[in-house]
Write a protein that binds this ligand. Structure first.
Ligand SMILES: [Zn+2]
Length: 329
């Protein structure tokens, strides 16, 4: 059944999402540094918005209908700026809530929550309420609502704050029914930690998408998470951090062969504009990491290696629709 999904500038029926890149970024920005040193890394707001606007138009022109902008707080989320970049592009952009950290929450969150110094609330409602507000009321007073709740578990594993974050994300999901999407470190099999904790909190794992699952060839790990019900994000396609792109494609072909195309989505995790990396450096050192990689390189490679067009459409169109159409009983 179709549901209404909040997007920048309104909402869209989930069965109308079309071709969807499930994990991208428009702006990644470091507000603390921009405030301390205005223009840090050459940041210019007008130029950033204009540049992102052109890139989003190009993404739409390439045949993509929807992107999920996975920029949670912790990555410099500011939806007012996002709305300016998106306006007039025709692209559906879903924004997210949650928090981005690999280890610790910021001090004000650490000291106002479960088992903490100043507020001993067993339900951790301080944190959960922040996420729920973004989903139900909108972000920054704009009325733009979050369509996803996000958490991270990277190489440092489940620190006390990461445990707390995953449980708060679970509770926000259970209160709002917005699906959960994650960042993981695939090589250390962190997705299994996320599944365990989310399940302990009562989450149906089919409402969870375990991100960055393309950065490993550990088929046993990947199928274990899908057999438990979750979707996997092959969502850093084209980005070679520490796992060769050919191996990533071979792993995806193997998973399709084994019948898992119904639980995998595609994306690139590429920002339009960022103060983390100089763009020229990214282009020269990571030439395949761009917003066209899935359509220009990955999909042709899959089709040449036995993946069917139906399976491609499943991963690129149907699975995102199913993921956003699902509702708790
Ligand atoms: Zn990302």
């Amino acid at each position: 059944m179709s549901r209404m999904v909040p997007i920048v500038g309104g909402e869209v029926a989930s069965d109308q999402l079309g071709r969807t890149l499930m994990h991208e970024h428009i702006f990644i920005r470091t507000p603390e540094l921009q405030e301390a040193w205005p223009g840090f890394m050459g940041w210019d707001d007008d130029a950033a918005i204009a540049s992102a606007h052109e890139k989003l138009k190009a993404i739409k022109a390439s045949g993509v209908d929807t992107i999920v902008d996975m920029t949670a707080p912790g990555l410099g989320r500011q939806v007012g700026r996002v709305a300016k970049a998106v306006e007039g592009t025709g692209l559906n952009v879903i924004v997210v809530t949650g928090y981005y950290t690999y280890t610790d929450l910021p001090f004000p969150m650490r000291y106002n929550g479960k088992d903490k110094l100043f507020n001993n609330d067993p339900d951790d409602s301080f944190l959960v309420d922040l996420f729920v507000r973004d989903v139900e009321e909108g972000i920054e007073g704009t009325g733009i609502r979050a369509g996803v709740v996000k958490c991270c578990t990277d190489e440092p594993g489940v620190t006390p704050d990461i445990d707390r974050l995953i449980r708060a994300v679970a509770k926000a999901h259970l209160r709002t029914d917005a699906p959960i999407m994650t960042h993981t470190h695939a090589k250390s099999r962190r997705g299994l930690d996320q599944q365990r904790i989310l399940k302990e909190e009562g989450v149906d794992l089919s409402r969870v998408l375990i991100g960055h699952s393309n950065e490993t060839s550990d088929v046993g790990y990947l199928t274990e998470m899908m057999d438990a019900g979750s979707y996997l994000g092959f969502d850093r396609c084209g980005l070679m951090v520490d796992h060769p792109l050919q191996d990533q494609q071979d792993t995806l072909v193997e998973l399709c062969k084994r019948g898992y195309a119904g639980q995998i989505v595609l994306s690139q995790d590429r920002h339009c504009y960022s103060d983390w990396f100089p763009e020229e450096g990214v282009r020269s050192m990571l030439p395949d990491w761009h917003h066209g990689f899935v359509q220009q390189s990955l999909i042709p490679g899959l089709l040449e290696n036995g993946v069917t067009q139906d399976q491609v459409d499943q991963m690129f169109i149907k699975n995102p629709i199913d993921f956003f159409s699902a509702a708790s009983a």
